[in-house]
Write a protein that binds this ligand. Structure first.
Ligand code: NDP
Length: 692
């Protein structure tokens, strides 16, 4: 068989045109290097493999060194071309750095055949002049590509030194993998290692000077700090430059709100409700357009934003539109001489401050009850996602909301601080981190503003051994990977009963493995980009800590940079098994696609472990035992709970946390309590008896 193949090859070789024949001999040389090494790869041996005479090889390449130099040059040229190809796709400097990493550590370079040939050359560069020349050019090109891209992100000195480090790491990672016969690292883990390294270095030295680099730092505040840019985290594309509102703009907004609120509160509830309902209808009619904008601003898949973000905002407006006409106090019988009644009155001007994970939905969840109750709202979206709140303002205007009743101010935490503690703003509703919640609460004390705080979590999901396994797996997936894990109520601590843990993990890994990561605008994509490079670095840092602390990585665990995703901030859905309660990934909020699976035996034990956290936002239980389900839920310290499901949030059900996860409730009738005060009125029906 071998002889037959050789004869056919040699027949073909003789027919080939010059350039193709040279290339064929180079390919044969790579085969030879991979199989018999540098010393064994003689001119005669290669000629025999190629089925040509040694004279023909000498005719093309001179001697063995010439042939090997041409082979090395061909490998280096191939990489150079592939890097250039990737550069055409990369739209940002960070993307170009990634192109160098991904190309040099691509699976084809880790392939046994090519990799062994490279290794043979590395061993000879110090001894063979021609090889040294090729290697020098190859190294210079890599360094200059890296330096050129990094200079857009860092000061020149730092760019030079980081470029040298990246080049050294690429060579080092590759060499170690080759010497371990590709046991120590594969292409994917090698790229993830380099990507983590570059991200952490860039994060440390990210500059915010005159020419912000959008892909490197999403918080690209301009030199005068009067504006900031928002980017598409899936591509690095700048979407808009937004002016920052300072004290003067906030003061003007408060003045406008003050005038408008009085008129708005005078309208009958039914009239306010009609306007909110019209706004809900407009949102639904614009679902496609708004969902696309939200996807561009957040990186979340369009299949989510078009099914949830806009429509749940519309549902919320509808719900409070319905309640607006029924807001009422109560009548209190105080005997024949008097009665009392209460009036439910608006607070006045209220502020909403939003997080970046559900920008439009959060704006609606805050605006709908506030406006239904007759308040005016000034809303500040997160700086990372400023776009859809402005659209909501337009929708309200189109629905007939009077000017000034719903306004949007833009900016960083400083703009937020102008709202908290403002003496004429009577309430702040914040969705954000625990630390921000504490800062807002402290600032609000100055004017005794009311607060609703929807904060972070580290919620438990408990799966008993009588649960319907497929449902439990589905619940765990919904509770960890929707919106790439950027959901406050996520069940990131999944407690699974020992009897079913193996079966659970098997189904879980299969379903996670089938998830589609990709362009968020592609309707088939199920996992989009994380919100920013900083956030991705944080999430990858937790993954590294999980591994270092001894958790077993079941699936995922790396940044995804394949194809067009290189410029975005994508992280594969990640599952850790063999987790312990004291690991950082189990204790701290990651806010990314990272699930920790923990094993348990007893009901009492798992309740105690589930509650052993400072958070208390949400919790879930999967079991077919009706009494156990209610018993366990009653004992869990959480504001929002699910039995045999997870993360569904109908507007009718109040939503919020206990312990450090928050204060107050959004949604349901409960939110009305937080946007009104009660005025108590005593009405005398007889004479006034005074002892004086
Ligand atoms: P942050 O707390 O960082 O920011 C939230 C908002 O507060 C942003 O608009 C931010 O402005 C603003 N802000 C920051 N500091 C202050 C301050 N001192 N005074 C006034 N405003 C301030 O949260 P993220 O945007 O990072 O969102 C993620 C967090 O939100 C996670 O912890 C998550 O769990 C939580 N979350 C909670 C939800 C819930 O319902 N319980 C739902 C969704 C998210 P800027 O962005 O411009 O800095």
């Amino acid at each position: 068989m071998w002889g037959l193949k050789l004869n056919r090859q040699s027949a073909r070789a003789r027919e080939l045109p010059e350039e193709a024949r040279r290339q064929q001999l180079i390919e044969v040389t790579i085969d030879s290097l991979a199989q018999v090494g540098y010393v064994g790869s003689t001119l005669a041996q290669i000629a025999q493999r190629a089925g040509v005479s040694p004279g023909l090889v000498a005719h093309y390449f001179g001697d063995k060194d010439g042939l090997l130099e041409a082979t090395f040059r061909s490998l280096a040229k191939g990489i150079g071309e592939r890097v250039r190809e990737r550069f055409r796709l990369a739209r940002t400097p960070r993307g170009r750095v990634q192109a160098v990493i991904d190309t040099n550590l691509a699976p084809e370079e880790f392939d046994q055949r090519t990799g062994t040939a490279w290794l043979a050359f590395w061993g000879q560069v110090l001894h063979v002049k021609g090889l040294k020349r090729v290697q020098t050019v190859y190294q210079r090109r890599m360094l200059s590509n890296l330096r050129h891209a990094l200079k857009r992100l860092l000061p020149p000195d730092e760019a030079r030194s980081l470029a040298a480090m990246i080049a050294a790491m690429i060579d080092g990672v590759w060499l170690r993998a080759a010497l371990s016969r590709w046991q120590e690292a594969d292409s994917e883990s090698a790229r993830a290692l380099l990507t983590d390294f570059v991200d952490s270095r860039l994060q440390k030295s990210a500059r915010t000077d005159e020419e912000p680099a959008p892909a490197a730092t999403t918080r690209a505040v301009s030199s005068a700090s009067r504006s900031f840019r928002t980017i598409n985290p899936a591509t690095g594309e700048v979407l808009a430059e937004i002016a920052i509102d300072g004290p003067a703009e906030v003061a003007a907004a408060v003045a406008r709100a003050s005038a408008a609120q009085k008129e708005w509160a005078r309208l009958p509830g039914a009239a306010r409700g009609r306007i909110l309902r019209r706004a809900a209808d407009i949102l639904r009619a614009r679902n496609a357009e708004l969902a696309e904008l939200e996807t561009r601003d957040t990186g979340k898949p369009i299949q989510e934003t078009s099914a949830v973000d806009v429509l749940s905002g519309a549902d919320c407006l509808d719900y409070y539109a319905g309640l607006a006409a029924s807001l009422a106090g109560e009548h209190l019988d105080l005997g024949p001489q008097a009665f009392g009644y209460t009036r439910r009155e608006p607070l006045g001007i209220v502020a909403g401050i939003g997080a970046w994970n559900y920008p439009l939905q959060i704006a609606c969840w805050k605006a709908a009850p506030a406006l239904a109750c007759g308040n005016a709202m000034i809303f500040k979206p997160a700086e990372l996602t400023p776009l859809t709140a402005v659209r909501l303002r337009h929708v309200f205007a189109e629905a007939g909301l009077p000017e000034g009743v719903f306004q949007v101010v833009q900016g960083t935490a400083d703009t937020g601080r102008l709202l908290t503690g403002h003496p004429r703003i009577r309430k702040v509703s914040l969705t954000g981190e625990v630390g921000t919640g504490k800062a807002v609460m402290a600032a609000s004390a100055a004017s005794l503003q009311q607060v609703t705080l929807e904060l972070g979590g580290k919620s438990p999901l408990i799966i008993f051994d009588d649960a319907v396994l497929e449902n439990a797996v589905g619940g765990a997936l919904l509770g960890n990977f929707y919106s790439a894990g950027e959901v406050c109520s996520n069940a990131t601590r999944v407690f699974v009963h020992r009897n079913i843990k193996d079966a659970f993990l098997e189904r879980l890994a299969a379903r996670v493995g089938a998830m589609r990561i990709g362009d968020p605008l592609d309707p088939a994509t199920q996992v989009g980009a994380l919100i920013s490079e900083d956030h991705m670095v944080k999430v990858l840092g937790y993954i590294a800590r999980g591994k270092a602390e001894g958790a077993r990585l079941v699936t995922g665990g790396q940044r995804v940079t394949s194809g067009d995703l290189a410029n975005g901030f994508f992280v594969a859905p990640t599952v850790f098994d063999e987790c312990h309660d004291d690991m950082a990934i189990v204790r701290e909020e990651i806010f990314g696609p990272v699930m920790s699976v923990l094993e348990f035996d007893e009901e009492e034990e798992v309740i105690a472990r589930a509650n052993a956290t400072e958070y208390g936002l949400a919790a879930g239980v999967f079991t077919n035992d009706l009494t156990r389900a209610h018993r366990v839920i009653a004992n869990l310290q959480a504001g929002t709970c699910w039995i045999n499901h997870y993360n569904v949030t109908p507007i009718e059900l109040p939503f919020g946390g206990v312990k450090l996860s928050g204060v107050g409730r959004e949604n349901g009738r409960a939110a009305i309590e937080h946007y009104t005060h009660l005025k108590s009125v005593y009405v005398a029906m007889g004479d006034v008896e005074a002892p004086y």
